[in-house]
Design a protein around this ligand. Sequence first.
Ligand SMILES: Cc1ncc(COP(=O)(O)O)c(C=O)c1O
Length: 394
Amino acid sequence: MKREVYLDYAATTPLRKEVYEAMKPFLKEKFGNPSSIHHFGRETRTAIEEAREKIAKAIGAKSDEIIFTSGGTESNNMAIKGVAFALSTKGKHIITSKVEHHAVLEPCHFLEKLGFEITYLPVDREGFVDPDDLKKALRKDTILISIMHANNEIGTIEPIQELSKIAKEYDIYFHTDAVQTVGHIPVNVDELGVDLLSISAHKFYGPKGVGALYIRKGTKIHPLIHGGSQENNKRAGTENVAGIIGMGKAIELAILEMDKEIERLTELRDYFIREVEKRISDVYLNGPRSNRLPNNINFSFAYVEGESILLHLDLEGVEVSTGSACSSSSLEPSHVLSAINVPIELAHGSIRFTLGLYTTKEDLNYTLDVLERIIEKLRTISPYKQEWKINKKS
Ligand SMILES: Cc1ncc(COP(=O)(O)O)c(C=O)c1O
């Protein structure tokens, strides 16, 4: 029987019921502007500060080190451009990696147009940045290093502690895009040794359009949005009150359930990987087998197009993604798969399955049955069929 199976939790997660309930009053009756002095204003101000404390506590920070933003994209932009603008007289060199999200790569491309120089570090075949490569890339004028905590396409968890240690030795700011890890695996800013860290609520069952940037006390950074004095003069504009309250509730619940979910999802992930490798020939797992996000699976299926697999899965009620959500609409192979040296034909046959709170083993069994059938059917009509048969014989 047809099932509805959502396996695209890395793109976004559904809003939790408890989060929606917590937000509701702030969409209607509790409408005060948090900057107003009167009762209505004080009520929303208090709620915002409580949410800030919850976010800070979840990552081992202090509440005055948290700035609310419109999401992961804005947080990354603020961290990178904000530090670049603040330190441009000290230096104009930034180091990042080739596998970052576009919300890091594009601000870097923009800065290049303004005369900054960016080094894009390579990664190994599993997507890991080598600390030695970072050391070699350092220059006297390096002002910022930005390496993501975990990759949104292939799930690689980067060795942030080791990388940030190098930054510290040379007194260089370290930013990490933790959009895929906060609320999913333990994140502690002191243990990671980072100065800036990006968060997005809709990746952990909070609302879309709200996020946060952790800025270690004393870090020099310019605001990107000018206006009122909100967010400690670092991000002007009346706050997204309901969104912020929702993010606070979502992080609280995510932290409570984290250990249990890590164990459950890791088991489901490894079961799915094993079954795919057992049931379907010519499949290649992208990304590592350990130090991988508990909910991430990314496979290349030889001789078939990822888009065809996606559309056929969709018809059967299974929602997945080819590479990152942003590149789903483009025919370019994903920059992440290119960086880990996946051949172009295989990169085009790649599918990302990301699990979450509501994923069950029954969902995965249904997906496996459907997937096995679809791949077999697509391969029968594949233009690579002859070549495939030859390869299989040899
Ligand atoms: C690693 C990473 N960084 C940044 C973003 C952008 O976050 P947002 O959608 O909140 O702007 C995403 C979302 O896909 C992501 O996966």
